[in-house]
Design a binder for this molecule. Structure first.
Ligand SMILES: Cc1ncc(COP(=O)(O)O)c(C=O)c1O
Length: 398
């Protein structure tokens, strides 16, 4: 019998990681995960870049590196990702992290003590909820609609709870697919200055836009220096490469760097060098041009399937990008029973509850992913799920 820490005993295993086991069964259609399509991976290009990088046996690529990150990648990120979006940064504003996840953990760790209060969206990314729970942070949920976090509710909660930080996923949010409107982005940056709290802007999906016009980041409106922007190569190059970026005031980056030294010293240099080359060879725009029509077709197949296979009156989000669609069933429907029937029908989704700090707010909600399966599989999966939900509706009505 081992005696584990209170911190780890507070946590339940991540339900999505657990359902990866069911996803391994090929008879199941998974609308559950958050994986980018494996069709999007550029195997040949990455192989070519890696072998060219290693050809001259450069010791630096396999040696320990500095914690702040591989300088060519920090420079390439500024030039190819920030500047085209109208953002300016120096090297001391950039820390390379091991996935966006590490930037998140570091940002929460450097600003928050146990018992501090953070405002979060309801619902939000469950990886962040796990981290907040692990760190013993008190969370207060802010309401959302199709335009993201409701800033009137946000201001109300700021006045009531005097939070140290706000965590937000402004673009194609996980799990809802909602995007924070331009006006609300400006308002969030303004409130951060006015009330003096930190905004952790987690934006890994912003470049996965299949319709509509891009929006500026919250960080673009940051006059107080209180916004920490987190980004990731996971959804635009490949998650297995484990490269993310934190962009903030130099003083914040220094502290995040110390936090990262506690975790892993530095992000694998070879991964960073591959990303730097990928960006410097100008490959990202072409890659996004190739993947956008594929994801758009998958998204449209999923949205069209609601009308074809689902009972009338089901609410769902209509995102213009990202990986997820959020579904709200009438509150009296038993989502756990629907989940069981869906597994029997060989279609997987994620129930809404784990995305809420206060699970009583979840009602009968669920998250669907459209990025990991081709359109014919999405259509079949939605047909199976529509049948399960239609039968549950009929049972409820009888
Ligand atoms: C909102 C959000 N933030 C962060 C992450 C972590 O991404 P990674 O660590 O792969 O960059 C994810 C992954 O799904 C996510 O959805």
């Amino acid at each position: 019998m081992y005696v584990f820490s209170d911190r780890i005993n507070r946590l339940k295993p991540n339900v999505i990681r657990e359902s990866l086991k069911l996803m391994g069964d090929p008879s199941n259609i998974s609308l559950a995960g958050g994986n980018p399509s494996k069709e999007s991976f550029e195997y040949d290009t990455i192989q070519e870049i890696a072998s060219e990088l290693l050809a001259g046996k450069p010791g630096v690529l396999l040696q320990y590196g500095i914690t702040e990150g591989w300088d060519p990648l920090r420079e390439a990120y500024i030039k190819h990702i920030l500047e085209p979006k109208g953002m300016k940064a120096g090297l001391d504003n950039i820390l390379i992290t091991t996935g966006g996840s590490q930037g998140l953990f570091a940002a929460l760790s450097v600003f928050l003590n146990e018992g501090d209060t953070v405002l979060i969206e309801a619902p939000t990314y469950l990886g962040t909820l796990m981290m907040l729970n692990y760190l013993g942070i008190n969370c207060v949920s802010v309401e959302m609609d199709e335009d993201g976090m409701i800033t009137d509710d946000l201001e109300e909660k700021i006045k009531q709870h005097n939070p140290k930080a706000l965590y937000t996923i402004p673009t194609f949010q996980n799990p809802t697919g909602y995007t924070l409107s331009l006006e609300r982005r400006k308002k969030v940056a303004e409130l951060a200055g006015q009330y003096g709290f930190i905004v952790i802007e987690d934006d890994p999906y912003c470049d996965l836009r299949y319709k509509g016009e891009p929006l500026p980041t919250i960080k673009s409106f940051d006059e107080s220096g209180n916004v920490v922007m987190l980004n990731s190569m996971s959804k635009i190059i490949a998650p297995g490469i484990r490269v993310g970026v934190a962009f903030a005031e130099a003083e914040i980056i220094s502290k995040l760097t110390v936090a990262k030294q506690c975790i892993d010293l530095h992000t694998p240099t070879l991964s960073q060098a591959i990303c730097a080359e990928y960006l410097n060879r100008g490959l990202l725009p072409g890659h996004l041009e190739r993947t956008t029509p594929m994801y758009r077709a998958q998204l449209d197949t999923m949205l069209d399937a609601f009308a074809k296979y689902f009972p009338a009156g089901i609410e769902h989000s209509k995102p213009e990008g990202g990986l997820f669609v959020w579904v709200k069933l009438p509150g009296d429907m038993d989502i756990n029973e629907i989940f069981k029937k869906a597994v029997e029908a060989h279609v997987l989704f994620v129930q809404g509850a784990p995305f809420f700090y206060d699970e009583s707010l979840a009602g009968s909600t669920l998250r669907l992913n459209f990025s990991a399966s081709p359109p014919d599989q999405i259509d079949l999966g939605m047909q199976r799920l529509g049948k399960v939900i239609t039968e549950a509706f009929e049972k409820k009505g009888s």
